[in-house]
Design a binder for this molecule. Structure first.
Ligand code: PRP
Ligand code: URA
Length: 237
C-alpha cells in the first residue's frame, strides 16, 4: 500500500516518471533485500532525508553495506579446522570459498568499500572510475584497475545507485573482460530501468538491491531516490 501512495504523490510532482514499480519482472538473480529485512528498509529510508548531515549519510551507507554484504555472501563455503577454546578443543569452520575482489565504482561506490573490507579484510580492491555524462546519461570511463588472477576471484561490484543501469553495465562488462565469471553487484537503491537492463544484459550476475524505487525523473535521477550519492558522500554539492 505504501508504495502506491508514494507513486500518486510522485506522479503529480514528476511527470517525467517512466516505469512504475509494477512493470519490472524480477529474475531469480535479483534480490530485493530491503523487502525482507525491516531494519534495512528503515536505514535506507533514513538515508533519503535531504537534511541528513554528510557524516551521518556516510555512516548509514556503511551500516547498510555491512548488512548487504553478509546477505550477498550467504553462499560462500566453509571448511572445518581444529582449534581450542579456554574450555575445550573444538572443530571450527572458516571461510574457504573463492578469493574476493571488492570493486567500487567511483566515486559513490567507494563509500561502500570500507564496510566490505572490514568484513573481508583479506579481499583485494579493484577500482572502477566511471561518471555519468549529465546530458547523455552515458557512462564515461576514466580509470580501471583490477587485482591479479580475476578468474580465480568472486567480484563484488559496489555502487549505491543503479539508475539507467549504464554505469553498472559498463562496469560489469569490464570486470568480465578480466576473465572473472563470478560477479555480484550490490546497490542500495535501484530504479526499475536499471534492474531491467542488468537482468537482460547480464543474466549471470547476482544483483543485490536494498530498495527498488519507483522510476527515474526527467534528469535521470531515481525517484524518490536520495539525490546525488557521490555529492552527498564527498560533500561536493
Ligand atoms: C552515479 C552513481 C552511479 C551512476 C548511476 O554516479 O554512483 O555510478 O550515477 O547512474 P546510471 O545507472 O544511470 O549509470 P555519478 O555519475 O554521479 O558519479 P559520482 O559517483 O562520481 O558522483
Ligand atoms: N546517480 C545518483 O547519484 N543518483 C541518482 O538518483 C541517479 C544517479
Amino acid at each position: 500500500m505504501r508504495k502506491h501512495k508514494t507513486l500518486e504523490i510522485i506522479k503529480n510532482e514528476y511527470p517525467g516518471l517512466i516505469t512504475p514499480y509494477e512493470e519490472v519482472k524480477l529474475a531469480d538473480t535479483t534480490h530485493i533485500v530491503g523487502k525482507e529485512f525491516p531494519v534495512l528498509k528503515h536505514k535506507i529510508d533514513a538515508l533519503r532525508d535531504k537534511d541528513l548531515p554528510g557524516s551521518d549519510f556516510e555512516k548509514l551507507v556503511d551500516e547498510i553495506t555491512t548488512i548487504m554484504i553478509v546477505m550477498a555472501t550467504a553462499h560462500i563455503k566453509l571448511e572445518e579446522y581444529e582449534s581450542e577454546s579456554p574450555i575445550c578443543k573444538f572443530v571450527g569452520e572458516r571461510i574457504a570459498g573463492k578469493k574476493m575482489a571488492i570493486c567500487p565504482i567511483w566515486r559513490a561506490g567507494d563509500g561502500m568499500r570500507p564496510a566490505v573490507k572490514r568484513v573481508f579484510p583479506k579481499a583485494r580492491i579493484g577500482s572502477i572510475g566511471v561518471y555519468r555524462d549529465e546530458d547523455t546519461l552515458r557512462p564515461q570511463s576514466y580509470f580501471f584497475k583490477m587485482p591479479k588472477n580475476m578468474s580465480d576471484r568472486e567480484a563484488y561490484i559496489l555502487d549505491p545507485m543503479l539508475a539507467t543501469g549504464g554505469s553498472a553495465d559498463f562496469a560489469i562488462q569490464k570486470v568480465k573482460e578480466t576473465g572473472c565469471s563470478s560477479i555480484y553487484f550490490l546497490c542500495i537503491i535501484a530504479a526499475p530501468q536499471g534492474v531491467d537492463l542488468i537482468q537482460r544484459k547480464h543474466p549471470d550476475v547476482e544483483l543485490y538491491v536494498g530498495n527498488l524505487d519507483l522510476g527515474l525523473n526527467e534528469n535521470g535521477y531515481i525517484v524518490p531516490g536520495l539525490g546525488d550519492a557521490g555529492d552527498r558522500l564527498f560533500g561536493t554539492k
